[in-house]
Design a protein around this ligand. Sequence first.
Ligand code: HEM
Length: 128
Amino acid sequence: MTYLVLKAIHVASVALSLGGFFARGLLMLADSPLLAVRWVRIAPHVIDTVLLGSALWLAALIGQYPFVHGWLTAKTLGLLAYIGFGMIALRRGRTKGVRAAAFIAALAAAAYVVSVALTRSPVPFYAH
Ligand code: HEM
């Protein structure tokens, strides 16, 4: 598979993951029962598996790796923060306030990862 096809899959899964997370966050804030619907709970796991799989495959193709190259280390840690805060926001947070704060933190982590992706620099929102 060519690099560009893989990158398109990666970016598409990023868009679905972020869009889906944002939508589920709004459902959480609205206390919507839709959050418990089976496919709404399962789809993110499928999307995030494609996201991570394409990420690691891309990294292998360009021969740059997390914990070797700074920008991929930053992306990986940012992804873990996005997942961790996302879990608190959608499931684990005890109060609505905690879940809302975790939702904002997860969105900030995702924005940071997008910034790192676009600049290939761990410095946030660094301009070329
Ligand atoms: C929330 C998580 C992630 C987001 C939002 C994200 C976002 C993006 C975006 C928008 C691009 C396209 C950049 C461009 O065309 O200039 C990209 C490319 C890429 N991503 Fe990710 N990514 C994520 C996770 C990861 C992880 C964890 C890794 C590696 C372990 C990774 C490795 C790569 C690689 C190698 C490229 C190709 C770089 C290039 O051609 O410039 N990504 N990512």
